[in-house]
Write a protein that binds this ligand. Structure first.
Ligand SMILES: [Zn+2]
Length: 284
């Protein structure tokens, strides 16, 4: 019996111990269950946040930002940068080489011609320039300052002669002209406005420039021409660049491809002057 009591006591003690263990186990499980739920909840929250951050569809802010970025791109695309290359004093024996570079680079330019040089085979070269999409403007007939700038009448006569020459030999009616040495030269100041008004009545406007290669001054190198253009063209979305098609200066020819490629790399396309939205006049 003693032994039986002993057993029974031992048995009761064991049961208590088992109940006690069971309780701890339950609490433990409960604890882990709650922790697990919290963890899961946190993970879900994080996943949800992450999803919202990365989803282009569900996150309203992202959609807004993307819409703004898109509209920004559109605004940038709307700013068109067009450069206008202009060559005075041609045609010359170098004109075919200018045309070749322009053709290879697929850009158009404007040539302000000296009427008396449109002779012989130069007529065909200029016709080729027209066929290839370049614009022809009037510069002068003889380019001799003392003759053309002697008076308002002599200047207009010189231009009229140039106009007739182009109509007869090239079958074109030029819409633009450029004063030799520009509209601010000292020869023409006394009667410049008379000339401008007279030509306006004939539907012809004058054109100056806002960027110069300075290729008719001294003895320029291709590098100096490029540098002169580089220092100014960025100030304009529509630079009008003065260059010369002159047999005496090959530096312009050697500089031309570099000029075109630099402008292209900077986002400029090229056009002819009649396509420009605003006139290019000094002081306006
Ligand atoms: Zn000139």
């Amino acid at each position: 019996m003693k032994q039986g009591r002993e057993w029974s006591r031992k048995g009761k003690g064991k049961k208590k111990y088992q109940n006690y263990l069971g309780g701890i186990l339950c609490l433990g499980l409960l604890f882990f269950f709650v922790q697990g739920m919290l963890l899961l909840d946190g993970t879900f929250l994080k996943m949800s946040e992450e999803f919202q951050k990365t989803s282009p569809v569900w996150n309203k802010d992202t959609v807004k930002e993307e819409a703004l970025a898109d509209s920004g791109e559109e605004e940038e695309q709307e700013v068109k940068k067009v450069a206008y290359l202009t060559f005075d004093d041609g045609p010359s024996i170098l004109t075919p080489q200018y045309l070749e570079i322009l053709r290879e680079e697929e850009v158009c330019a404007t040539f302000f011609l000296i009427g008396q040089q449109v002779e012989g085979e130069m007529v065909d070269v200029v016709k080729q320039a027209i066929d290839e999409g370049h614009e022809i403007g009037m510069h002068t007939y003889c380019h001799v300052a003392e003759e053309i700038y002697a008076s308002s009448e002599s200047y207009c006569m010189d231009l009229e002669k140039t106009k007739q020459c182009m109509e007869e030999k090239l079958k074109i009616e030029p819409k633009i002209f450029r004063f030799p040495w520009g509209s601010k030269n000292s020869y023409v100041q006394g009667y410049k406005n008379d000339v401008i008004e007279h030509m306006k009545e004939e539907g012809v406007d004058y054109v100056d420039w806002n960027v110069s290669g300075e290729d008719s001054v001294g003895c320029p190198s291709p590098d100096s021409i490029l540098r002169n253009i580089r220092k100014d063209y960025k100030r304009y979305n529509d630079p009008v660049i003065l260059l010369h098609d002159s047999a005496t200066c090959k530096s312009t020819l050697y500089a031309l491809r570099g000029v075109i490629r630099e402008l292209k790399a900077d986002g400029y396309s090229f056009g002819t002057l009649s396509q420009r939205e605003r006139p290019c006049h000094f002081g306006e």
